[in-house]
Design a binder for this molecule. Structure first.
Ligand code: URA
Length: 237
């Protein structure tokens, strides 16, 4: 990495705005190689020099990866198209990092949504060729049975002629199931259940590839992915 201004570097972590970074520096909370630096314009090489805020080392990544527990009522989009978007759930300093959702969940669907500014990996994860599993918890009307599992496993042909790849359905109760998809067609889970005459009344994505929705993440909250989690995503593609 090239040398960069210290305040810009701190803001690039997405945890503080440029102004907050500047204040932290001026108040002496930032050290470079163990020495407090109070000039925000100081140039630093984040690969070579250790930067700490409040004594905690900052890890600089080229890209940001965020796990969001999406609530219902938010569009998986970066721009407001007539309603709140998932970007509204992020703090302003993160909204400035050119993040975008990795795939879409319907407005009323809840659960695991990744956001990143790493286009290459995001694109690969979504590519139908990569077969990255997406797991959804669904509550439906009507009783689920083994014949539904068989229909999902065979690969359904929907009313409009859409061919679905074989999908997994694990029945949790007469009205609840876990669906595993390897593709992500528009409203796919809802359309597959509708085709079986069992409309979905609630849908939540609980996993994507080797990443599951963090049970400690309240609805509407986000956290950064750990280095390990990002590495594991890379292994999928
Ligand atoms: N399938 C759906 O029907 N909706 C979603 O949001 C995701 C998968």
């Amino acid at each position: 990495m090239e040398k960069q201004r210290l305040d810009k570097l701190i803001a690039s972590t997405g945890r503080w705005s440029r102004r907050e970074g500047k204040c932290l520096i001026q108040q002496g909370h930032v050290t470079v190689e163990g020495t407090p630096v109070r000039a925000p314009e100081t140039k630093v090489d984040p690969q070579e020099q250790e930067v700490c805020v409040h004594g905690q080392r900052l890890l600089f990544r080229e890209f940001i990866w965020v796990m969001l527990h999406k609530p219902g009522g938010y569009l998986s989009a970066t721009e407001d198209r007539g309603g709140p978007t998932v970007m509204d759930l992020l703090p302003p300093e993160l909204r400035r990092q050119h993040l975008f959702p990795v795939g879409r969940l319907d407005k009323d669907t809840e659960g695991l949504l990744l956001l990143t500014n790493e286009g290459g990996l995001a694109h690969s994860l979504l590519s139908p060729k990569r077969h990255v599993d997406k797991v959804y918890y669904a509550r439906v009307e009507g009783g689920l049975g083994q014949e539904d599992c068989q229909a999902f496993a065979q690969g359904m042909i929907l009313g409009d002629g859409l061919h679905c790849q074989p999908a997994g359905l694990e029945i949790l109760s007469a009205t609840e199931g876990l669906v595993t998809l390897r593709e992500g067609k528009f409203h796919q889970v809802k359309r597959m259940f509708a085709c079986r005459g069992k409309p979905v009344v609630y849908l939540k994505r609980v996993a994507m590839g080797n990443l599951t929705l963090d049970p400690d993440l309240p609805k509407g909250a986000f956290r950064f992915l750990t280095d390990n989690e990002i590495e594991n995503l890379r292994k999928l593609v």
